[in-house]
Design a protein around this ligand. Sequence first.
Ligand SMILES: Nc1ncnc2c1ncn2[C@@H]1O[C@H](COP(=O)(O)OP(=O)(O)OP(=O)(O)O)[C@@H](O)[C@H]1O
Length: 274
Amino acid sequence: MTIQPSDAPPLHGAGLTLGYRGAAVVHAADLALSSGAITALVGPNGSGKSTLLRSLARLHRPEAGSVTLDGCEDALALSPTDFARRVTLLSQAHPTPSGVRVRDVVGYGRHPYTSRWRRTDPDGPATIDWAMNVTGVADMAARNVDELSGGELQRVWLATCLAQRTGVLLLDEPTTYLDLRYQQELLDLLRDLALDEHVAIGVVLHDLDQAAAIADRVALLARGRIRAVGTPEDVLTSELLSDAYGIDIAVAEDPVTGKLMTRPLSRHALAPTI
Ligand SMILES: Nc1ncnc2c1ncn2[C@@H]1O[C@H](COP(=O)(O)OP(=O)(O)OP(=O)(O)O)[C@@H](O)[C@H]1O
C-alpha cells in the first residue's frame, strides 16, 4: 500500500529535462502543483510551457527527471486508468469528432470509470450534468459538436475534463477562443474548484493580467528554464518580465481590483501609460 502524506503536492515534476528528437527544450524544471492552489505557467512563445505541462500529464516522456503523484507514486508507472482518475489535461487543440452530440463528448470524460469489465458508472449522469452546467454548455447537450463555434467547443472540452473528476487539472491556454464573459467565468470556475474541491490546478496563460488575477503561484519560463516561481508579486516584476520577453514591461497595481497589471511598452512615442 502506498503511504500518502497529506501535505505532499499531488503532482510534482522534479528535474524534468524534456526534448524532441534528442534536442532538449526544457532543462531541469521543478514544478509542484499543490491541492487547492492555482499555479500559472507564463512565458514567451517557445519557452517550453506546453511541453512541461504535457510532461506532467504524462503525454511527453522526460529525458531526465521524475513526475510523482501524492509524494510517493511514480506517475509514469501508474496504469492509464489510475492516472486518468487523478490527472486531466485540457490541451490546446483537439480533433473534433463529427456527428457526436455534446453530451456524449462530455461523457468521454467518464472513461476511467467505465472499463470493459465495469460498464456501469452510477455517478456518471449527475457528474456530466454538473460539468455541463458549470461550463455553460447544458443548453447545447443535443447539438453535434462539429456545429459549434471555437469558444463553445472549448467549453465542451473543458466540461469533458471536469467530468473526469480528477484532483489535478491541467489547462493549456484555456481562455483562447473565449469571449470576455466566458474568460472570466472560466477563471472564476478555476478558483471555485481550487477553493471548494481542493483541486490542484496548473494553467498555461499568455495573459499576464489573468495570471496575476487568479494564480496563487506563478512559474515564469524563458528559454526552456523556469526563471522564477512564487507569488504573483514575486514573479511578475518589471525586471523579470522584461528580461524574459525581451521588451520593456511595466507593472502596476490595478486601481479597480488591486491585482497586478502589466503593460508592454511601445518603442514609439505614444507608448501606453499606466
Ligand atoms: N513536436 C515538436 N517537435 C519539435 N520541436 C517542438 C515540438 N513541439 C514543440 N517544439 C519546440 O519546443 C519548444 C517549446 O515549445 P512549447 O510548445 O513547449 O512552448 P510554449 O512555451 O508552450 O510556446 P507557445 O507559447 O508558443 O505555445 C519550442 O522551441 C518548439 O519549437
